[in-house]
Design a protein around this ligand. Structure first.
Ligand SMILES: [Zn+2]
Length: 152
């Protein structure tokens, strides 16, 4: 069973497209985005840590759009191996200023066992984050994902 992060409230849930037991929201509406934050890619500890970032953002604003884009902007800036987004200058400025006002928890991304099974091991002696990013870039499916989640 897939463990996934609810991007709406930051809690963990079963199934990337299943309703979150905490907030009731099932999906962001973008299946690739939902799967990105699941144990198809990252272990549950990494997802929980990302959940704390979602919760910190939710505590700071009630605007659902701002919550969504602030979190994706956070990921794009701090963990570009997850995804890259290009926001409009207005949105970038708003999300930057919101994120700068928060004390965000430390997040360490660890690939899930499932993701490791599906590809060759990380090169030895390489920096994990960098290697992970290179990995994702080397996968055809991920290149498409990166393109799709870029927002002009
Ligand atoms: Zn939720």
């Amino acid at each position: 069973m897939t463990m996934a992060l609810c991007l709406r409230c930051g809690e963990m849930k079963f199934g990337a497209f299943c309703a979150c037991p905490t907030c009731g929201v099932a999906s962001t509406g973008n299946p690739q985005l939902d799967i990105r934050f699941s144990d198809h890619h990252f272990d549950s500890t990494s997802l929980s840590e990302l959940g704390l970032v979602v919760k910190a953002i939710c505590d700071a604003t009630t605007d659902p759009e701002m919550r969504h884009w602030a979190f994706l902007s956070y990921c794009s800036t701090n963990h570009p191996s997850i995804l890259k987004v290009s926001l409009t200058p207005d949105w970038q400025a708003s999300t930057d200023s919101l994120l700068a006002s928060l004390r965000l928890p430390q997040v360490t991304l660890r690939p899930s066992r499932q993701s490791l099974r599906n590809r060759a091991p990380l090169p030895e002696g390489s920096d994990g984050g960098r290697a992970l990013l290179d990995y994702f870039k080397s996968l055809p499916a991920t290149r498409e994902l990166l393109k799709d989640t870029d927002i002009e």
